[in-house]
Design a protein around this ligand. Structure first.
Ligand code: PFF
Length: 455
């Protein structure tokens, strides 16, 4: 199957650019506010071990499959499926990814906007001498406002669009190459601050001490769901990015490197957060309250806390930005290639329409709090539909496509760069994409829809 490649198609220019962009997509808010907490709560080192197994056994093979589809297809997520399977409805999987990207960006950009507000709050000393109750009240009154959160969200969307509009090499690659090293530096500074506080050990033991009695079937599904979201799998982000990879890129190695980077950053986020939380005797929490209430409470008690607070929120904003650009690119590539729009028009159309939906997501914490669909506010509905339904379903069809539809020979050709690389892992990989991954993903899917709590 030879596919014509448009001569004007943009591409990544370097190996480091590819890793920075793909790891930038994977490392996001999920690593910082979700992973550390669920690890601590679910058996520490024991959970970590299970999470690692999920990443290695399922995450990496799914990522390799997305890479193979994108690089072979040479199009956006929808177009790649259509190119590889012209007469079958597999393109629906790509379309679902585009819809998921739309939904994810609408709610994710709201939270990303909050990080900008909190950068400003830390540098203007707004956490000083505030009780936890006050911090909670001011967070709640901020997010339920009509204008401030929406304005920050629009600023964040504009930043995302400004990078994406510049193209793959001159926009996405250029900025992720700059931002990812900054992210690593900031997280290391904060880890160092945290582990040198008195009483830091208790936090490290909350995070790492293995407690195998906490491991149940449910924990395993939890680990798999988190691995999936954290690695940005299932919605075509990595299909889209891989369509810009060079023909000599080693897809399996890249998948391993990106997954490793994502996991290391998630663990470092725990090392940054829990020693500080325990040193100040605070109950660990997760999600928005950990990041926007508990941590500001800690920063104000810490010497140099305003600076560390500002560093922390810049870190969050950077982590979010490198993820939002990857999500926007899914929609932009789709609009540009399928509607035949210029990148500029496609970016404007995608970001403006996502921003409109995003405003509804943001307002669901305030003026639209009583507007519910299926019993959920707009933000929660978008989050649930994308994270708990579309991502696992997308992931499932991606492995089924590679495992059962796309022939073994073509898959081998793609993973070995047309026999230039040795692919000794190939039989194990095929076994996983045919049997292990579909069963495991079906299990997460059923669990997350009927029992809830993932994503
Ligand atoms: N992986 C990101 C995180 O952990 O926050 C979230 C995400 C980004 C999910 C991109 C899906 C995606 F396509």
């Amino acid at each position: 199957m030879s596919l014509s490649q448009s001569p004007i198609r943009d591409s990544f220019g370097s190996k480091f650019g590819i890793i920075a962009a793909a790891a930038g997509s994977a490392v996001g808010l999920g690593n910082i506010w979700k992973f550390p907490y669920i690890t601590g709560q679910n058996g520490g080192g024991a959970f970590l071990l299970i999470y690692l197994l999920c990443v290695i056994l399922i995450g990496v093979p799914v990522m390799m499959s997305e890479f193979a589809i994108g690089r072979r297809g040479q199009r956006n997520a929808f177009g790649s499926f259509k190119a590889l399977s012209p007469n079958k409805p597999w393109y629906m999987v790509g379309l679902m990814g585009v819809v998921a990207a739309f939904f994810i960006l609408a709610f994710y950009s709201a939270v990303a906007g909050w990080t900008l507000e909190y950068i400003v709050q830390s540098v203007t000393h707004r956490f000083a001498n505030q009780s936890t109750a006050n911090l909670q009240t001011s967070f709640n009154s901020f997010i339920s406002g009509t204008y401030r959160p929406v304005i920050w969200q629009l600023i964040f969307m504009a930043l995302t669009a400004a990078i994406v509009i510049a193209g793959v090499k001159k926009g996405i690659e250029k900025y992720t190459k700059l931002l990812m090293p900054i992210l690593v530096l900031l997280i290391l500074i904060l880890c160092l601050r945290s582990v040198t506080l008195d009483g830091a050990m208790a936090g490290l033991s909350f995070l790492f001490k293995p407690d195998f009695s906490k491991i149940t079937g449910e924990t395993i599904l939890f680990a798999l769901g988190q691995a999936f979201f954290s690695l940005s799998l299932g919605m075509g982000t990595l299909i889209t990015y891989a369509s810009y990879f060079g023909k000599n890129e080693n897809l399996a190695l890249t998948a391993v490197q990106v997954s490793l980077a994502d996991t290391i950053i998630a663990v470092l986020a725990g090392v940054m957060i829990f020693p500080a939380v325990f040193a100040f005797n605070i109950e660990p929490a997760s999600g928005p309250s950990l990041v926007f209430i508990t941590l500001p409470g800690i920063f104000q008690q810490m010497p140099g806390g305003d600076i560390f607070g500002a560093i922390f929120f810049v870190l969050l904003a950077v982590a979010a930005l490198t993820s939002t650009i990857s999500v926007l690119e899914v929609v932009v590539a789709y609009f540009a290639e399928e509607l035949k729009l210029s990148r500029k028009k496609a970016t404007l159309l995608a970001s403006v329409s996502i921003a409109v939906l995003g405003i509804f997501a943001s307002l669901s914490f305030g003026p639209l709090a009583n507007f519910k669909i299926f019993g959920k506010g707009v933000f929660d509905l978008l989050d649930f539909t994308a994270s708990n339904v579309l991502l696992p379903l997308g992931g499932l069809f991606i492995v089924l496509f590679i495992g059962w539809y796309f022939t073994k020979d073509l898959t081998r050709a793609e993973l070995s760069n047309e026999n230039k690389l040795r692919v000794r892992f190939f039989p194990a990989y095929i076994f996983i994409v045919r049997f292990v991954a579909p069963l495991a993903i079906t299990a997460i899917f059923i669990y997350s829809i009927f029992i809830g709590g993932l994503g």
